[in-house]
Design a protein around this ligand. Structure first.
Ligand code: PEP
Length: 251
């Protein structure tokens, strides 16, 4: 039997936080159950400008990630940040293809695909986001849309060690609405099917996170769904108490 997938809880701070956020981070470190690290991983993805300061402290059980990267290592790309720069600032991972990047910056699967390769080039773990709109869900297209995004955004060579997928229904992000556990199970099963089909045994090892209005109150239910190997958390990752409430649901 394959080894169980290690749970991963990721906080996406989006465009929130300041240098004072160090105190919130310290509260997270202090409040984290000492047993947590033996069973699961916890990660914070702050704005890139805060990475070096937040990740540069004492050894911490919290891992760090970026929220996006350019696909090139360097060059004339004003305002962009490369995977190598994130790595140098203390990140070991990067969120890619978040629906807010797809919507605000017109990022499609082809560019996400290139960014995953950039993350690998720099030694970062890419967390690739996929998810359907409300219209697509209402048209019963959720599983098919997500399967297509997984096929097109992820390059050959993905393994359980070098890739994480996050299913984030767009209509659930920041809205307080979540799909039913049955709906989550259906989409995660379809993602698993594509991963297994493409990557064989490695597909079975790739973690699939659920994201979209995860809160301390619903985390246990969502984490118990088949093929849900962790959570990608937006709003509720900004406060230590809420983020720890979600993380501790994994114990
Ligand atoms: C997100 O943006 O990745 C997210 C899941 O946000 P929220 O938890 O606030 O819905």
């Amino acid at each position: 039997m394959a080894a169980p997938r290690r749970v991963l809880i990721v906080g996406n701070w989006k465009m929130n936080g300041s240098r004072q956020s160090k105190q919130e981070l310290e509260a997270m470190v202090k409040g984290l159950n000492p047993a947590f690290s033996s069973v699961a991983d916890i990660m914070v993805c702050p704005p890139a400008i805060l990475l070096a300061e937040l990740a540069g402290g004492a050894v911490s059980p919290i891992r760090f990630g970026g929220q996006d990267c350019h696909h090139n290592a360097s060059g004339a790309h004003t305002g962009d940040i490369s995977a190598e720069m994130l790595k140098e600032s203390g990140a070991d991972s990067v969120i890619l293809g978040h629906s807010e990047r797809r919507a605000d910056h017109g990022e499609g699967d082809a560019i996400v695909h290139a960014k995953v390769k950039a993350a690998w080039r720099a030694g970062l773990l890419p967390i690739v986001c996929v998810g359907e709109t409300l219209e697509q869900r209402d048209a019963d297209e959720a599983a098919a849309v997500v399967a297509r995004q997984v096929r097109q955004s992820i390059p050959e060579g993905a393994t359980g060690e070098n890739l994480v997928v996050a299913y984030e229904p767009i209509w659930a992000i920041g809205t307080g609405r979540t799909p039913t556990p049955e709906d989550v199970a259906q989409v995660h099963a379809s993602i698993r099917h594509v991963l297994n089909e493409r990557f064989g045994e490695e597909g079975e090892k790739i973690r699939i996170l659920y994201g979209g209005s995860v809160k301390p109150e619903n985390a246990k239910t969502l984490l118990a769904v088949a093929n849900v190997d962790g959570a990608l958390v937006g709003g509720a990752s900004l406060k230590a108490e809420d983020f720890l409430g979600i993380a501790h649901a994994a114990l």
